[in-house]
Design a protein around this ligand. Structure first.
Ligand code: PLP
Length: 285
C-alpha cells in the first residue's frame, strides 16, 4: 500500500513515526474514516468539517487545508487503485522531544498527519446488512467528550470484545439508563413512522452518516425524534439500526436476548440504507 505521512506518499513499511508522538504516548490525536464507493469519496465535506471541529476543540492545528486533504484522499485512491473501502486519517499533536503532560508549543512542534487506505470489497453489498446485527448492552465507561473523535479507542475495543465473547456483533453503551451509541456507530430505533435517536451533545459522536440519514428521513416518509431512549424501548420497537461511515445504515435484529420486531432486518431500516447509498453516491466526489 501507498500511505501518506507528513507531506509524503510512501510505501507503508517506510512510513515511520517517532516514539515521542503524543498519540502513541497519550492518545493525543484525532481521526476520521471516510468510505470509498466506486472510487469516490462518500460525505467528504462532512468528515473534513468534523475533523476541523475536533482539532479546534483540542486546540490543535490542521497542517493541511480542506482542498489539500481532498487531493490527498484522491491521490491515495488512485495510487492504491481503491474501488471500495475506507480511508483512515489521523492527526496528532506531534512529537516533541520528550514525554510531558503539558501540550508542546504549536510553533515548534509540527502535527503528525497520516492517511492510509483499507480495501473492503463488498462494503456496500455487505452480508451483515442483509442478516442484521445482534448487539448487547454494556455500561458506557468512556470519557465525557465523545463528540471529539479522538484515537482513545480502548473502551470501544473492550466493548467489541465483550460483544464477541457473548457471541454478538457489537455493543450499545448505556449511561444513566439511556443508550448513548454503539461502540463505533450511532444507535436508533423505529416505532411506527418515527425514528428515535439520542440528540447531539458531549455524550455521543456527531455522526456524519447520522446527519445524512436524519436529512433523508423525510424522503422515506418518516419523522425524526431526537431524545434519549432506553434499551427496553429499543427492544420493544418495530425496528432498530445503526449508522456509521463504514456500516452506512445497518439493521439491528437482536438486542441482548430479545429479537427486535420479527428478528429480521426491517423494511424501513433497509429503505433508509437504500436511500442513503443512492443519495450519497450521487453526491460522492
Ligand atoms: N459513534 C462512534 C462512537 C463512532 O466511533 C462512530 C464512527 O466511527 C460513529 C458514531 C459514526 O460516525 P460516522 O457516521 O461519522 O462514521
Amino acid at each position: 500500500r501507498t500511505v501518506y505521512l507528513n507531506g509524503e506518499y510512501l510505501p507503508e513499511h517506510e512510513a515511520k513515526v517517532s516514539i515521542f508522538d503524543r498519540a502513541f504516548l497519550m492518545a493525543d490525536g484525532v481521526y476520521e474514516v471516510t468510505s470509498v464507493l466506486g472510487g469516490k469519496l462518500i460525505d467528504f465535506p462532512g468528515h473534513a468539517a468534523r475533523l476541523d471541529r475536533s482539532l479546534t476543540e483540542l486546540g490543535m492545528r490542521n497542517p493541511v487545508s480542506t482542498d489539500e486533504l481532498l487531493e490527498i484522499h484522491r491521490e491515495l485512491v488512485r495510487a492504491n487503485d481503491l474501488d471500495e473501502g475506507l480511508i483512515y486519517l489521523q492527526i496528532t499533536r506531534g512529537a516533541p522531544g520528550d514525554r510531558d503532560f503539558v501540550f508542546p508549543d504549536p510553533e515548534t512542534t509540527e502535527p503528525t498527519i497520516v492517511l492510509f487506505t483499507q480495501s473492503k470489497p463488498g462494503l456496500a453489498d455487505s452480508p451483515s446488512a442483509k442478516k442484521g446485527l445482534h448487539v448487547i448492552s454494556i455500561a458506557d465507561e468512556r470519557w465525557g467528550r465523545r463528540d471529539i473523535k479522538t484515537v482513545q479507542l480502548l473502551y470501544p475495543s473492550m466493548g467489541k470484545m465483550m460483544a464477541k465473547k457473548a457471541g454478538a456483533d457489537d455493543a450499545w453503551m448505556v449511561q444513566d439508563g439511556f443508550v448513548t451509541e454503539g461502540t463505533s456507530n450511532n444507535a436508533y430505533f423505529i416505532k411506527g413512522n418515527r425514528i428515535v435517536t439520542r440528540p447531539r451533545s458531549y455524550d455521543i459522536l456527531h455522526g456524519i452518516t447520522r446527519a445524512a440519514v436524519l436529512r433523508f428521513a423525510a424522503e422515506a416518509q418518516m419523522e425524526v425524534e431526537e431524545r434519549p431512549f432506553t434499551v427496553d424501548e429499543a427492544k420493544q420497537a418495530d425496528e432498530a439500526f445503526i449508522t456509521s461511515a463504514s456500516a452506512f445504515v445497518t439493521p439491528v435484529v437482536r438486542i441482548d436476548d430479545t429479537p427486535v420486531g420479527d428478528g429480521t432486518p426491517g423494511p424501513k431500516a433497509l429503505r433508509l440504507r437504500e436511500i442513503y447509498l443512492e443519495e450519497s453516491l450521487k453526491a460522492a466526489i
